[in-house]
Design a protein. Structure first.
Length: 293
């Protein structure tokens, strides 16, 4: 259950958890308290509540990635330690600081709801703090959850100080069509590759025939990127359907690249090298593939 939720960005619906594990495993985890309910019928690991405990102990507020999880947003990887923000002048001992990602800032009253930063403040904190891939995962998830794109842009437009330029870049790149944090993390890598311009969930057609809607598509170069994991297929039948779709794309001139969760999360430089090679290959040999729409 822990591994499944980590691969899902730390937050998932019951249906998604059942597809990734089993119904009995989800029920057992809920009964044992290994899962906790967060926003809008979603579940997170019990460790998500550790941030609330730490915030209460330090008289602070849950913030950054920990707050994102509390709002039901996916993150690239769940934080190893809970994020808590304290006022700048608050004194804490080294013992109290242990086991916590501690942040210091003076927040306005409307930056906090109960013991958690608001959705707006959480987005600003996550986008400022980076890294880019981590921030993009949260921003994509917020948009997917219904947070308005114009609202996001207005949050970062007038930011000043450390991380403000990064926050604006992330807001410009954020896209609610991203299916999950895995896909967002792959797109973050693709955005670093010169000459590659991918779009999430783009439909591909060959005349009247629908070839599929891959995770990421560069229609100009005819490159498809798939964030590939058994968890996302759900079962053998879904895996077989995807294999047939991949074959149809390849025989119609598309270059299909499939990346595992482990490579995207822990070996991004190697993924980038593959993407750079793909761009070079397609630039030298223009594709004769179908239409992306």
């Amino acid at each position: 259950m822990v591994e499944a939720l980590e691969r899902m960005g730390g937050v998932a619906t019951r249906a998604a958890l059942v597809r990734a594990t089993t119904r009995s495993a989800v029920d057992a985890a809920l009964t044992a308290g290994d899962l906790v309910a967060v926003a809008r019928g979603r579940y997170a690991l019990a460790s998500a509540d550790e941030a609330r405990v730490a915030a209460h102990r330090l008289s602070g507020v849950v913030s950054h990635g920990s707050a994102a999880l509390r709002h039901g947003w996916q993150v690239r990887l769940p934080p190893d330690l809970p994020h808590v923000t304290l006022p700048k002048g608050r004194t804490v001992t080294s013992e109290q600081r242990g086991g916590v990602n501690l942040h210091r800032t003076d927040m306005a009253r409307d930056d906090v709801e109960g013991d958690v930063t608001t959705r707006e403040r959480t987005l600003v904190d996550c986008l400022r703090a980076g890294p880019f891939g981590d921030a993009l995962c949260v921003a994509d998830s917020a948009l997917r959850d219904g947070f308005g794109r114009r609202r996001l842009q207005s949050l970062v437009r007038d930011l000043r100080g450390p991380g403000s330029a990064l926050a604006r870049r992330v807001a410009d790149c954020a896209d609610g069509r991203a299916a999950n944090a895995f896909e967002s993390a792959l797109r973050a890598i693709a955005l670093t590759v010169d000459g590659l311009d991918v779009e999430p969930q783009m439909s591909i057609r060959l005349g009247w025939r629908f070839l599929g809607r891959p995770d990421l598509v560069d229609g100009r170069l005819g490159i498809v990127l798939e964030a590939d994991s058994f968890e996302w297929h759900g079962d053998r039948a879904a895996l077989a359907r995807d294999a047939r779709r991949y074959n149809a794309l390849v025989v119609n001139g598309w270059l299909v690249l499939r990346f595992t969760w482990e490579d995207v999360m822990f070996h991004p430089d190697e993924v980038a090298l593959v993407l750079q090679a793909a761009v070079a290959e397609r630039t030298e040999r223009p594709c004769g593939c179908g239409r992306a729409a």
